[in-house]
Design a binder for this molecule. Structure first.
Ligand SMILES: CC(C)(COP(=O)(O)OP(=O)(O)OC[C@H]1O[C@@H](n2cnc3c(N)ncnc32)[C@H](O)[C@@H]1OP(=O)(O)O)[C@@H](O)C(=O)NCCC(=O)NCCS
Length: 421
């Protein structure tokens, strides 16, 4: 008689790696010939920060997590953790494996000192159950290189690759321009495997004063594309334009190139006849357009650490928040035995020149604001203002509170990690 009870334990490379590979093949994330070595390296690179759910002696569910940091506002840096892969085999589905492993990994990131956690979602809703709120839209531009008009001179690039230049490429990732929400996660080996795992890419770059300063990793599909920009790093806007100018140069071969638009620019400014080209190519393989989609989510793990870097206010005020955090029920039977606790409860957030968050005993004060950690996280990062979250029912309280909360995030640009994770 088979036992359907999962055993949730830390990942052991020698014991679990082959099961994880089988699982990844089953969900279509790995093929034997090319990507298998990188999947192995991906699990080695996170210093054992993975957990598995075992069923009848095999790992049937796995969650992989990574540590890093995120830029808040113009110049503050907060510790961040990411859930960098969650998978359940087709044998292990609907046993709460993925849910409990995700909850345990999120709680562990909290215990490891991360102020926030992030992840990429396969669908909206699943990760809401662990307190995650959806990030803003990312714009994905599909353009014919021939219609790009990037205002900068073309220079011949150098060829790089992650087999031989991993250190240099990663140093450029660390030094790269990161705006609000800019993410640095996982370290050199993880960056290498993330770029090499999904697609067969070519890397082109430029040096400044002898040092690799900006590069672009492009997946070429056949002779005419579409080409996908799967990662890039640059220190200045001018360097980003030089990379786009490089893409423009491929127009004699590539029909379409696809990239995520950096928040600080509007790529359409450099596209010739964007309206005509969009209409003319609609529905074809070489269609050009800009699509918006929100694919990543964030949640606060350490409320005090998150409010501290927010902009100072002239008129000090307090908000008593009745906060719900849905992660708690998924930690039951997850094997998590650390000290991080879900944020459910009453909190006093105090805003002045500096800010603080203090847990209050349940029922000790009347709440000014009732909300979830999902919505609070979206407000904090500047995804939506508090007044908008209230309008759609994700926050409840006195309208005067929302006016004040809106001021705390109004100056923030649209957050963007700038790196797939
Ligand atoms: C997604 C996946 C990890 C789920 O694994 P699982 O172990 O079967 O999931 P669990 O048993 O923990 O959770 C299932 C629950 O999630 C719920 N759920 C699934 N999708 C949901 C959604 N979009 N919104 C809300 N709830 C959702 C189910 O209804 C179910 O709830 P129930 O237990 O109350 O019935 C698995 O299907 C998988 O590996 N898919 C392929 C790879 C993938 O997409 N991974 C995620 C990458 S971000």
């Amino acid at each position: 008689m088979e036992n359907h009870a999962l055993e949730l334990v830390d990942f052991d490379f020698d014991r679990d790696m082959d099961d994880v590979l089988a699982m990844w093949k089953e969900v279509g994330w790995c093929d034997e010939e090319r990507t298998e070595p990188f999947v192995r390296e991906f699990f080695q690179a996170n210093d054992g920060r993975s957990v598995v759910a075992r069923l009848n002696g095999r790992a049937e569910s796995v969650a992989h997590r990574s540590l890093g940091s995120i830029k808040y506002g113009a110049d503050r840096e907060l510790s961040a953790g990411a859930i960098t892969a969650v998978t359940t085999s087709r044998i292990g589905r609907r046993l709460r494996g993925a849910s409990r492993l995700t909850a345990r990994s999120v709680a562990t990131l909290g215990g490891e000192g991360c102020a926030i956690a992030l992840l990429g979602m396969f669908e909206q809703g699943f990760y809401d159950r662990f307190g995650f709120g959806v990030g803003p839209y990312e714009h994905v531009v599909r353009v014919s290189p021939g219609s790009l008009r990037v205002p900068c001179e073309y220079r011949t690039p150098e060829r790089f690759d992650f087999e031989n230049h991993s250190e240099e490429l990663y140093e450029a990732v660390v030094r790269r321009h990161r705006g609000h929400g800019g993410l640095l996660i996982g370290g050199e080996r993880a960056a290498r495997t993330i770029v090499m795992l999904d697609q067969q890419s070519s890397v082109y770059g430029y040096r400044t004063d002898g040092v690799l300063s900006h590069w672009i990793a492009v997946e070429h599909q056949g002779e005419h594309g579409p080409d996908n920009v799967i990662a890039w790093a640059y220190e200045t806007p001018a360097q980003c334009l030089e990379l786009l100018r490089l893409c423009q140069e491929w127009s004699d071969q590539t029909d379409v190139i696809r990239f995520t638009e950096p928040v600080w620019l509007q790529a359409q400014d450099f596209i010739d006849a964007p309206g005509t080209n969009r209409r003319r190519t609609h529905g074809s393989k070489a269609s050009v357009s800009t699509e918006a989609f929100a694919w990543w989510q964030i949640r606060i793990l350490d409320l005090a650490a998150c409010v501290r870097p927010m902009v100072a206010v002239e008129d000090p005020f307090d908000v008593v928040v009745d906060l719900s955090d849905p992660i708690g029920s998924h930690l039951v039977d997850s094997g998590y035995d650390g000290s991080w606790e879900p944020l459910t409860g009453l909190w006093r957030l105090s805003f002045s020149e500096s800010h603080s968050a203090e847990r209050l005993p349940d029922g000790s004060e009347a709440a000014d604001l009732t909300t979830s950690v999902n919505a609070l996280s979206r407000w904090w990062l500047g995804v939506l203002p508090a007044s908008a979250l209230a309008a759609v029912g994700q926050m409840d309280g006195d309208p005067a509170i929302f006016e004040r909360l809106d001021l705390l995030t109004a100056h923030l640009p649209r957050p963007q990690p700038g790196w797939d994770f």
